[in-house]
Design a protein around this ligand. Sequence first.
Ligand code: EPU
Length: 306
Amino acid sequence: MLPRGGTVLQSVNQAELHAKLISLQGGVIFDEPLFLHTTLAIGGRATCFFLPTTIGILQEAISLCNEYEFAYMILGAGSNVIFPDKGYLGMVIGTSQLRGASIGDGWVHALAGEPLAELITRLDQANQQSLNFLAGIPGSLGGAIAMNAGIPERAIGQEVEQVAILNSATKIEVIPAKDCGFSYRTSLFVKNKLPILWAKMNLNGKVYDRIEILNRRRLSQPSSAYSAGCVFKNPPGLSAGRLIEQAGLKGFRVGMAKVSEKHANFIINCGGATSAQVLELIDIIRRKVYKSSHIQLEMELEVIGE
Ligand code: EPU
């Protein structure tokens, strides 16, 4: 039987591609619900879903997709994306099995799928506290680097020394920090959709108290709810959360999608929200904030399929 997304596969030798996908080491899952793989817990099904366990297998999967002109995308911890209800026609490649980190004298080297929380805890235990400002961010290292995640006064890009990616020829390329195009909540990797493999970061930056950062987040953000973190970027010098609150939208909902009462820049899935409801809510927030403050909010979350 052909995987869903047959329309994508029509132009190629479907049986051959299907067989090759199945032969990928680790096993491809067809028709996988994406809500299982996103922190907002929404999204339809992916034609196929694959979790490579090594960089070599990831390379193989991407080469195969390129050879058969089969769409693919990389998914980290799923904490910054909105998939549509109709799902994803192509292969979603998760990085959650690409894990591991080694700590040296003043540096750490870690694979893209390493969960930030685990990396930070390990570093903290090794008395390395300069990445503690990232505590509480529910992402993978690769996702955090792609998004240049952080707090208002510091972002992960400032700590990066090198990032390894797969280039358009599916070859490994090591990019020095100065060429990573880091700016507020974005990077070269997002702009050019480059799969991140690993990163080396220096550990000589300012020291932060992990518990204090975690407590600050718990007090101001709805950490235990299904959400995808901040929905919008902060406009220069302003707070998106405050602007949304001032537009009277705290607690406003479309179906089961709701603006958090705790922090207005978070959308909560109250249970069974659809992607269409979340996107409609986003549209309403943008329009109402524009009406009340004449500011056009820019998305921080990535909407897949736009
Ligand atoms: N505020 C409101 N109402 C709200 C939310 C916030 O008035 O509903 C006010 C706060 O009282 C505060 C100001 O807005 O005076 C800023 O709020 P906060 O300190 O919560 O920080 P933020 O600017 O909203 C940023 C990052 C967060 C990060 C926190 C850490 C962005 C868009 N957001 O939030 O990052 O966790 O700082 O302090 O850069 C993310 O990127 O996904 C994210 C959540």
